[in-house]
Every structure is written in C-alpha cells, then in structure tokens.
Design a protein around this ligand. Sequence first.
Ligand code: GDP
Length: 439
Amino acid sequence: MSDTIFALSSGQGRAGVAVVRLSGEAVCDVFAQLCGKLPADRRATLLPLRDPDDGSLIDKGLCLYFAAPRSFTGEDMGELQVHGGRAVLARLLDVLSRIKGLRPAEAGDFTRRAFLNGKLDLVEVEALGDVIEADTQAQLKLAQRLATGSLSDRAGRWRKELVAAMSLLEAAIDFSDEADVMTDGSLGIRSQVMSVASEIEAVLDDRGRGERLRDGVTVAIAGPPNAGKSTLLNLLARRDAAIVSPLPGTTRDLIEVQLDLGGVPVTLVDMAGLREAADEIEAIGVARARERMARSDLVLWLEPAMCDQSQAVPGQKVLRVATKVDLEAKRNDREIAISALTGEGLPELLERLVEEVRKLAGAEENILITRARQRIALRDCAEELRRVSSGIADDGEEAAAELQAEHLRRALGALGRLVGSVDVEEVLDEIFASFCIGK
Ligand code: GDP
C-alpha cells in the first residue's frame, strides 16, 4: 500500500466545484510540488495549484490536508477542491498522474484502505456503500444507522461476552479436577452463551426485511384479462409504461416500473392476464406471470367489481382489489374498490399499499441485517453457540469441555467474519468493486 492513490471523488461532468482526493505517503510531496507548501492540518486553505513541470497555473482551489492517522483512510490524505470544469480536471488529473508514486484509484480503493487500517469494519463498509446507493429515505435511514455502527457495536459486545465465556471454559478445562470450579464455570458459561445466542437469534428473526428494504419490494399487479391492471399501473407510475387496450390479452410480457412508496423502493410488475392462453406467445406470458407472482412480496389481485368472487390467488400476501366500480358497485369481500375512471378508491389503495410495503420492508423497525453475507455469519455464530450450551455437561468432563471450547471458537470466528476481522479475503474484492471510484 505504499503507492498513493488519487481520484475525482465528486461526480463526473461539468460542475461548479469538483473534489479530488488523495491518500498515501506522497500526499505531502504533492502539496509541496503543486502548491509550494503544505496546508495546516485539517484547515481549508485557498492556494494556487501549479504544474510542477513549468510552473503554469492549473487552478486556484481550496486545499485540505489530513495527517495520518486522523483521516478517513488512516493515511495522509489530501483534498483539492477546484473548479469543476472538464479542462481544469483533465489538467489536474494529468499532472497528478505524472507525479512519482501516484496512481489513479480503483473503485472502493479509499474505503478499502480505511478498512485495512481499522477505521471501518466490514459491516460499516457495506453500510457506507448503501448510503451512497440509497434511492429512498427509508433506505438511507437504515444505511446510516448501520454506518454509525449499530450492528458493529452489538457484535463487539457479543464478542466480549463470548471471550469472557471462553476464558471461563479454559479455566474449567485447566482445573477440571477441582469439581467446584468446573460446576460454577459451566453454569456461568451456559447462561452467558445462551443469552448471546438468543440476542443474535432475535436479530436474525426479521423475516428478511432489511434485505427487502435494501433491494426493494416487488408488488405484482395480477388478475384476469381486462381487469384494469395496466390502467392501474399507469396511474400509479403516472406514465404510459404498459399498453392499455380494451382487447383481452394485450400485456403479454412483464412490464416493470420502479416507484418510491413511503420511502421503500418498489418494483411494480404488470402481469399477463391469468386465463387460458389463446396462443403460444400468450401462454409464455401467463407462465412467467405465475412464476413471478409466486416470487412477489405482495400481489394486488384485480377483478372487475361485477365479477363473481373468485378463484384462489397464488402469492405470499394478497390484497384483493375490485376494479371499475364506476360500472357496477358490487364489492363482494374484496378489501378495496377502485375506479380508474373516476379516481374513486385510489387514495385508499395507495395508502394501503404504502402501509403494506413499509411493513414488508421493516421501515419502522430496528432492522440490523441488510445482506445475505451478514445473515450467514450471524446464523453460523448462533448455531455454534447452541452447540456449546447444549453440550455443557454438569459433571464437567474434560473432553466435553474441549469440544465446547471448539464450538465457542467457531462462534467467535463467525462473528469475526461478520465484521471482517478474519477470513474475509475472498469477499473483499466483491464488496469494494461495487463502490464508486473516489470512495
Ligand atoms: P388489463 O388487461 O387487466 O391490463 O386491463 P386494462 O388496464 O388494459 O383495461 C382493460 C379495459 O378496461 C380498458 O379499456 C380500460 O380502459 C378499461 N378500464 C380500466 N379501468 C377502468 C375503470 O376503472 N372503469 C372503467 N369503466 N373502465 C376501465
């Protein structure tokens, strides 16, 4: 890591101000060459930036220096805030690339250094990525909570308690011929381990809502042909994403629209009408619709109000909606009745939809897990802990105690994987590759 990295950290394209960041040993040298001096640590200083080859002015800009280790990466860092014109940036980046020891940063390079220098753990790295990626307010709130360490802090506390249990267990193994130590130790270990296992299981018991908030909730709009599905999708999306036609069987493939409903990212999918297909192409559409419906988080099942109620609907959670109530107000037991023509019932439908997707995504709750990687590590940890506690024998046999120590060690290993302190080489590239250059 002896090379010094640099990148345009603000967005691409012309802008009022652009930020170029640097990290590494050569930062002081860069300031000396470009500005003729080093700005005071953590003090914004307006300085001219010059090409070291011929002394010509590149731009005048605000310069910041963060001395190691008090910086985002933990290394010496520099920040150059210059005018965000294309020519200014092209010139500045070219000059930087000609300075010895400097290279352009790759995606996630700065954050990778912050991780390797212990400034962030892996959960915080992932959350930081999510802060940058967040499209909706609820996603942002969750990412910020995790970025400020709400899961990392818990993991740290669990680790401490398990290390304490481990030392008790080791004492029990060392003094196994003294029965008192063993019995007291076993009891203490068991309750400590059980309580950590229960806490982790409580965090795991979230029905995947954090992942859903991060990745988005899928809502399928389904029902018989001509029920008004495409019309509703267009109303919700406020644009003509689906072809609306009075002929049954128009929507042959799946049409998806992305929406922000109450802070939750939602993919609305318009399904081909579920009926006996008239031709082969329609049959494919119907088969896809059924498959997608089964995978959706919520199905809005639409049927014209005058239809008799109705077939069983596939899908995990179904909201039955009667459509075209302007024609005939027969509602059966459907929960909501709408008319796309008059607008009746649409505000209620929207309100209900927001309520349901917020519930599905746990937008109101204290969710802590947002990725499968985190879930696997925590599940492994809890499983090992259950093995520890079920295996602790009251008579305190030494062999049994050693087996328990092994389970406890594995549980600690799983916690280590969660925060990235052990065994993470293979996931690092994948995680950092999803970052922008300059972060
Ligand atoms: P889909 O096959 O379920 O997607 O149905 P469409 O959205 O294509 O609608 C079928 C027909 O019903 C179209 O002619 C729509 O204009 C009409 N339609 C949709 N919603 C309403 C409604 O609320 N009232 C009335 N009167 N007609 C509607």
